[in-house]
Write a new protein. Structure first.
Length: 95
């Protein structure tokens, strides 16, 4: 509900807003645990939403990019602002 400070309701509202988008969206907490995603993201990485709900963002990041991404996430946590950056994902099928 708008104006709510409950993180669960805020995540639900954000997911409702981005669900119809063709752009992949993911919501993760400050520690990198995935809290939700839209259908486009699920298709992009080849994991179901249920599978993604138990993953850490680092699990979907190729090893060569993990250090850079951890720095980006740390910056987001410090600034309390989202970051827009190009990201490479590891797919379930290895592709």
């Amino acid at each position: 509900m708008p104006g709510s400070s409950d993180p669960g309701s805020c995540i639900g509202l954000l997911l409702e807003v981005v669900e119809g988008s063709s752009q992949p969206f993911i919501i993760a907490d400050a520690s990198g645990l995935i809290k939700g995603c839209n259908s486009a993201f699920s298709r992009l990485v080849g994991f179901s939403r249920e599978e993604l709900a138990s993953k850490h963002v680092a699990e979907l990041t190729p090893p060569e990019w993990r250090r850079q991404e951890s720095g980006i996430i740390a910056g987001q946590v410090r600034s309390h602002m989202p970051a827009i950056y190009r990201k490479e994902y590891a797919r379930k099928d290895g592709g």
